[in-house]
Ligand binder design. Structure first.
Ligand SMILES: [Ca+2]
Ligand SMILES: [Ca+2]
Length: 65
């Protein structure tokens, strides 16, 4: 599932934290790399964290793919 970085089958704050941890704290990568690529631009970066947080908390568009 796109955006499900921690692979628990739900999109939640845990995925935002997991991705932020990976990007900024040297944490483990998303289970499937593409699951961390929320906006489908073929890279996993801060924009994906923001996209996912926006979807979860601000009613933004759902993850692509
Ligand atoms: Ca998850
Ligand atoms: Ca991306």
């Amino acid at each position: 599932m796109c955006g499900d970085a921690d692979n628990d089958h739900y999109l939640s704050l845990g995925d935002v934290v997991y991705l932020a941890n990976y990007l900024f704290k040297g944490g483990p990568p998303p289970h499937h790399y593409y699951s961390g690529d929320v906006n489908c631009d073929n890279t996993v970066n801060l924009e994906d964290v923001i996209y996912l947080a926006r979807y979860l908390f601000k009613g933004g568009p759902p993850p692509l793919g």
